[in-house]
Write a protein that binds this ligand. Sequence first.
Ligand SMILES: NC(=O)c1ccc[n+]([C@@H]2O[C@H](COP(=O)([O-])OP(=O)(O)OC[C@H]3O[C@@H](n4cnc5c(N)ncnc54)[C@H](OP(=O)(O)O)[C@@H]3O)[C@@H](O)[C@H]2O)c1
Length: 404
Amino acid sequence: MSFTRAPAQLLKQATKASVPRASKQVVKRAYSLLAREVPKATTFSRLGATRSVKTLDFAGTKEDVYERADWPLDKLQEYFKNDTLAMIGYGSQGHGQSLNARDNGLKVIVGVRKGGESWKQAQEDGWVPGETLFDIPEAINKGTIIMNLLSDAAQSQTWPEIAPLITKGKTLYFSHGFSVVYKDDTHVIPPKDVDVILVAPKGSGRTVRTLFLEGRGINSSIAVYQDVTGKAKEKAIAIGIGIGSGYLYETTFQKEVFSDLYGERGVLMGGIQGMFLAQYEVLRKNGHSPSEAFNETVEEATQSLFPLIGKYGMDYMYNACSTTARRGALDWAPKFKEANLPVFEALYKSVRDGTETRRSLDFNSRKTYRQDLQKELDEIDNQEIWRAGKTVRGLRPDAQKDEI
Ligand SMILES: NC(=O)c1ccc[n+]([C@@H]2O[C@H](COP(=O)([O-])OP(=O)(O)OC[C@H]3O[C@@H](n4cnc5c(N)ncnc54)[C@H](OP(=O)(O)O)[C@@H]3O)[C@@H](O)[C@H]2O)c1
């Protein structure tokens, strides 16, 4: 599915540090870029308007997809005219989602602990103490839609303090199924008399923000855990659009958290890191230089071949390569699949039985978790492969601008 790209200027204008709030025109423009024809309409709105649900064929399975084109700004603002979105937490998701919702003209307040990093960051982004920035209990009391965007470990730690404030009539929102699905470990058990919904953007909160400003909108999952009002799904869709999604895919809390924990430990992060390291190590052991090993492992992958897979699919990438490369890769792909399958099976089991959750809660609840994490990341930064990578990246034409 292709999107219209906004002019680079639009993004530049809106991401300037000195412009924390994108102008009305920028937001309207972002919206108009997504307005397109929709094929199939079904009635579905508390406003009584007709709106569309796209039923698409995903490789033979039909699924409903909800999209931003169905929620023009005035409809979105009308829908939430009596609501206050209380963003609890201001990490990468809190930042992206709250700024997008604010730019969409929704009433948003932020709740974080006073004096922390987030309190400082929120003020830098234009949230005003006592007006739009509060400590966590005060923000929950003022909000009608309580968006729990604390870190997953913090959601569990703070739940005893937060739970009594989630009173009847409020809506409880998450961006991950983690806390409620693994309730035996997190002890997060929502009150019975509130809607509990999820919008999980498929990417970092920074991307939630930049894609919104580009006029594209991130893909997100939506799910309903508890529907007291009969409107929970509709609310999830509307909030999903409000926080800057372009397209929304329906799932359940459990499927969202299982697939998310599995994917990030697998191909998205852990798996790819392991593959890179293994391939690099064998090249080095066989006398290849660091630059050759890096170029053949990471640089060509990220700069040339992976973007082709992303843009046009795996078959296209094969077609773009030499006949020699193609033949060898086609022969070796099944061997890699076979070798990896048991690891992926073990990983899924570890996600499903809660082992991964307990490990994460345990590590991320430590007082020293930031320092402990930094130590591990520093070790990665110090590995030869990534040190070689810095030099290789330094030769790119845009190196000075991009290198951090
Ligand atoms: N990041 C992603 O790519 C991503 C994508 C999709 C969904 N999600 C989900 O979105 C939610 C938020 O994730 P995130 O990455 O944006 O945030 P995060 O970095 O995991 O969490 C940061 C927030 O938690 C607060 N916090 C941490 N410990 C706390 C404590 N003990 N008491 C009070 N506040 C505490 C921090 O405040 P201080 O600054 O004061 O410490 C900060 O505001 C999670 O459920 C996550 O799974 C994340």
